[in-house]
Design a protein around this ligand. Structure first.
Ligand SMILES: Cc1ncc(COP(=O)(O)O)c(C=O)c1O
Length: 434
């Protein structure tokens, strides 16, 4: 199985000849199972996306029922499932984000948000932040600040990148209030230099994901929204990863008590049982596109199977209290991280908001990161192998150990995961330089 996969299919973000994929046969709840019965705890919900856990029977049945009734309809048609899901989303998504454009994933949702923002404002430039990932298609990778954009540059014109509220190394002790004031003063200066009337939107990951699980400092979202509003610039929150309960609220922007103009989502929307993304727009923007053409389309726009999957997955998430569980288990996660931090000198810091968490590793008592930005360290490969051999699947990104289990996890499963991490971190302590 592995050799056929690596011989006849390309693996993403890798030289396919060098990948060593985990063989997965089936999955249930928070566990993955190999063809020989091996079991791994899915500590990353695959790509921070299987929020309700694997194999939920209600979602599987909804997909089966929809397949039997109507598997596909072209995007110009009205379907019952399109009506049902759109009404349910209008109920669940806060504020006046009541209108939805369906895509097949997060990158396409962002591509369409670029179009919507430009068409609505008549402006061209887009502000984005360096520590971000917004998808791998041409426009979305141009919005992305992290090194995954480097090989395909120059990207889409009109993108202006700005610093994140917290600099990469921010151990200089500023308060959140200082950090927010400094960053927004700097941002307003950038806006003046670029010409406010040229800027359509700013895209942010409300809580930055693969670039380090970075919740915004207190006050940032409110301050940012009002600064952008002052200049007629739209705020687009990319909640592809942090949305749908991951942070302990249905949407991460609710932690900052704001409603963006556009919100993009995917992943947890269907818990990834089928591919689906969505761009949610405010009533003001939706009204614009009632009169003016929205120049966007996809063969699989509003695909009935994916919509049926989303409706069932979202209902499971809400009805089974998984958002509340994410908030509660987030506190349990923090307790484990604090315990490990007192034991392992290689832990630089740990962050989590709900079940969106990471442990960041360092190599010496000065707190220098184990892995420099966009670099590598051999011990991370050993740590990955240890986790794999000891029943834990997760993503190791530069100096971080990602901690993003499905939102249905319970206390004993959480303890099981941190037990494996605890033992694995001994390997990193062993190369600590002192
Ligand atoms: C914040 C964010 N935006 C966009 C994307 C792209 O989504 P997709 O891979 O579904 O195109 C991702 C994927 O990881 C993401 O984390």
């Amino acid at each position: 199985m592995i050799s056929a996969c690596t011989k006849h299919s390309l693996f993403s973000w890798s030289a396919t000849g060098k990948v060593d994929p985990l063989p997965i046969h089936r999955a249930e709840g928070i566990y993955l199972y190999g063809p020989e019965g091996q079991r791994w705890l899915d500590w990353n919900s695959q790509l921070m996306s299987v929020n309700i856990g694997h194999g939920h029977p209600k979602v599987i049945k909804a997909i089966q029922d929809q397949a039997a009734q109507l598997a596909y309809a072209y995007p110009g048609m009205a379907t019952e499932i399109r009506a049902k899901l759109s009404l349910r989303l209008a109920e669940l998504v806060p504020g006046d984000l009541n209108t939805f454009f369906y895509t097949l994933g997060g990158a396409e949702a962002n591509e369409n948000a670029i179009k919507a923002a430009r068409l609505f404002t008549g402006r061209n430039k887009i502000l984005v932040r360096y520590r971000s990932y917004h998808g791998a298609t041409h426009g979305a990778i141009s919005l992305t600040g992290d090194p995954r954009r480097w090989p395909t540059e120059p990207g889409m014109p009109g993108v202006v990148r700005v610093m994140d509220p917290k600099p990469y190394d921010y151990s200089f002790g500023n308060t959140d209030e200082d950090i927010v004031r400094n960053n927004l003063t700097y941002l307003e200066e950038v806006i003046q230099y670029e010409g406010p009337k040229n800027i359509a939107a700013m895209f942010i990951e409300t809580v930055t994901g693969t670039n380090g699980i970075l919740p915004p400092p207190k006050g940032y979202l409110k301050g940012l929204k009002s600064l952008l509003e002052k200049h007629g610039i739209l705020l687009v929150t990319d909640e592809v990863m942090c949305g749908w309960g991951r942070t302990g609220k249905l949407f991460a922007f609710q932690h900052g008590d704001i409603v963006p103009d556009i919100c993009t989502m995917a992943k947890g929307l269907t818990s990834s049982y089928l591919p689906l993304g969505v761009m949610a727009v405010s009533d003001r923007i939706a009204n614009h596109f009632r009169e003016n053409v929205f120049w966007g389309g996809l063969t699989y726009n509003a695909h009935p199977l994916c919509l049926a999957c989303a409706l069932a997955a979202v209902n499971v998430l809400v009805d089974e209290g998984m958002v509340e569980n994410a908030a509660r288990m987030g506190t349990v996660m923090r307790g484990h991280m604090e315990r490990l931090a007192t034991k392992h000198r290689c832990i630089k810091e740990h962050r989590n908001i709900g079940l969106f968490g990471t442990i960041e590793l360092c190599k010496n008592s000065k707190g220098d990161r184990l892995v420099p930005y966009a670099g590598s360290h051999p011990v991370m490969a050993h740590l990955g192998k240890f986790f794999k051999d000891n029943g834990l699947f997760t993503v190791l990104q530069w100096s971080t150990v990602m901690c993003n289990p499905p939102l249905c996890i319970n206390e004993s499963q959480m303890a099981e995961g941190f037990g494996i991490i605890d033992r694995g971190l001994d390997l990193v302590d062993a190369v600590f330089e002192g």
